[in-house]
Every structure is written in structure tokens, then in C-alpha cells.
Design a protein around this ligand. Structure first.
Ligand code: C5P
Length: 302
């Protein structure tokens, strides 16, 4: 018996970051949009105990030990239900690693849903979301998908209504960026300044609800963009290339270094993608639309 779950990547259309909290995390107003780039996580019983394999884009950079969020998800579910976590987790990877698109979080949510189905634990959605929040700030959103406002450290979700489909071009950079390093750089750049409480933008929520790409383009923002650019200055050139090629908006995705370009239609997407490829500044360019659903069981094989 094996179970396969498909989980999407995300882009943050708004990422407002507050001051560092005593626990080191930052309060956020984080508007997530799930987009159609996917990892697939397959779990199969494994008599020799928990093990992970990974294939696909960036597979060589994925940790195959118990630090992998997919392994931690299986261990957390097994512990709650008093089971042995004897499972082989295979990740077919298409979401960039260390890219600011929640690829690791997607694998955590995917493994959790897959093990729940494989083991027949039938955990409630709230229980699954609790485990996701323990695993990481972005993991609950990977489970839920669609569009949502994340508050707290990003794990408290309020699902959002979206009135249309938004098209994006994503440029994957030649190297990764570490999320904690980008938050530390945010703290360093903000030293001695008054950092406001993060709040969701009404204009942005309205643009999502109406499915209005121009209004969304005018409202997108990412407080992690200045620290990401400070650590990875070449990204400014990539953003400029996409803008010059006709993107409605260009921003760093989450903590980066993937850059995200909102475009009006398929034709505009092709133009922006061609310009980014020709620039040589990125390792890969992908076109994807959102919102799309969160973790979905694709199939069970007996
Ligand atoms: O929650 P997660 O493990 O994904 O967070 C990774 C790192 O990003 C944290 O260790 C922390 O340094 C930073 N972070 C933060 N504030 C948040 C979310 C993440 O400072 N709200």
C-alpha cells in the first residue's frame, strides 16, 4: 500500500513583518497565495524504519535525515498515535529548495496527510493543523492552500476569498537564501527604528476578492525584500528585467531568493519568462497560476 499527496508552492502577496519577539520570531501579516508548482510526497510502509528519498529539481540539496520536515511530520503523527514511524517517504521535487516558496513546508504537510491516510489515523483537520504549526510557520498554509491571511508567526490562518486566477512567472536564483538569515538582516536593518505592527492591507484583500490583477499589482509588498536584496544584491537586476518586460508587479517571494512577477495573461507571461531566461540571471524560470488547493491525496496503491 502506498499513498501519494500533491502539495503546492506559495507566493506571499503581502508580507508585513513586525519587530522581533522575545522568542526570536516576528509577528506577521502574511497573505499567502498557493500557486501551481507542486511537490509530490509518496509514503510506503518500510520494514527497515523511517527513510527519505528525493528526486527531481534540486534533489541533491534536500536533507535526507530527520531534519527534513517530511520526516518530522511522520514522527510527530506517529508519536501522537503511538505508532512506529516505519515509513519510506519519497519526495518528487519541483518546488525550488531554499527559494522562499515553502517547498520544505509543502513536504511536511504532504507527508503528514499521506501518513494519516496510510496509517488510517484519521486525525481531524484541526489536529493536522496543530501538528503543522509545530513543524513551521508556513506548514499550515501548505495544508490549506488557496489564499489565506497568516498572523502570529504566520501559522494562524484565516482563509480568503479570491475572485479570479492570478498568473505569475517565477525566477529561481543561482543560489539559495536562508530564512533565519533574512529575518536577522531585517532586524539589523531596522535597528534603532520604530517598526510598526504588521497589518493586512485592505486594498490588497479587496484586489484578491475582486480578482483584479492591476489592483493587486499596486498593493503587493514584502518587508523581507530589503533584507533579501541586502544579502543578495543581484536580485534587484532580476526584478528590473521582469518589470521592463511588462510584469505588472515584481517582488521577492517570501524570504527569497525566488523572484515573482505578476502578469496579465499567458502572452505577457511568455514575454517576461523569455526576458528572464535571456538575462542569464536565473537558474530556471517557471510560469504558474493561483490560487490552487492545498495538500490533496492523489492516489492510493494497494
Ligand atoms: O517557522 P519556521 O521554522 O519556518 O521559521 C524559520 C525561521 O524563520 C525561524 O527560525 C526564524 O528565524 C524565522 N522566522 C521569524 N518569524 C516568523 C517566521 C520565521 O523570525 N514569523
Amino acid at each position: 500500500m502506498s499513498v501519494t499527496v500533491r502539495v503546492p508552492a506559495k507566493v506571499n502577496v503581502q508580507l508585513a513583518v513586525g519587530a522581533a519577539r522575545p522568542d526570536g520570531f516576528h509577528d506577521l501579516a502574511n497573505v499567502f497565495l498557493a500557486v501551481g508548482l507542486y511537490d509530490e510526497v509518496t509514503v510506503t510502509p518500510s520494514p527497515e524504519g523511517l527513510r527519505i528519498t528525493c528526486a527531481g529539481t534540486d534533489a541533491g540539496q534536500v536533507p535526507l535525515d530527520r531534519t527534513n520536515l517530511a520526516a518530522r511530520a511522520a514522527l510527530a503523527l506517529a508519536e501522537r498515535y503511538g505508532r512506529s514511524p516505519d515509513v519510506h517517504i519519497h519526495i518528487a521535487k519541483d518546488i525550488p529548495v531554499a527559494g522562499g516558496m515553502a517547498g520544505g513546508s509543502a513536504d511536511g504537510a504532504g507527508a503528514l496527510v499521506a501518513c494519516d491516510a496510510l496509517w488510517g489515523t484519521n486525525a481531524s483537520r484541526d489536529e493536522l493543523l496543530d501538528i503543522c504549526a509545530e513543524l513551521g510557520s508556513d506548514v499550515p498554509f501548505s495544508l490549506v492552500g488557496g489564499a489565506a491571511l497568516g498572523t502570529g508567526r504566520g501559522e494562524k490562518l484565516q482563509e480568503l476569498v479570491v475572485g479570479g486566477t492570478f498568473r505569475w512567472v517565477f525566477a529561481m536564483a543561482h543560489r539559495g537564501l536562508s530564512t533565519p538569515a533574512v529575518f536577522r538582516e531585517f532586524d539589523r536593518l531596522g535597528e534603532g527604528t520604530d517598526i510598526p505592527e504588521p497589518v493586512a492591507s485592505e486594498e490588497l484583500l479587496d484586489a484578491l476578492a475582486k480578482g483584479d490583477a492591476d489592483a493587486l499589482a499596486a498593493a503587493v509588498s514584502n518587508d523581507l525584500q530589503p533584507p533579501a536584496l541586502s544579502l543578495f544584491p543581484e536580485l534587484a537586476g532580476t526584478l528590473a528585467t521582469g518589470r521592463a518586460a511588462g510584469a505588472l508587479a515584481a517582488l521577492v517571494s517570501g524570504s527569497g531568493p525566488t523572484t515573482a512577477f505578476l502578469v496579465r495573461d499567458e502572452e505577457a507571461a511568455a514575454g517576461v519568462a523569455d526576458a528572464l531566461r535571456a538575462s542569464g540571471a536565473c537558474r530556471a524560470v517557471r510560469v504558474a497560476a493561483g490560487p490552487v488547493p492545498g495538500a490533496v491525496v492523489l492516489g492510493r496503491v494497494s
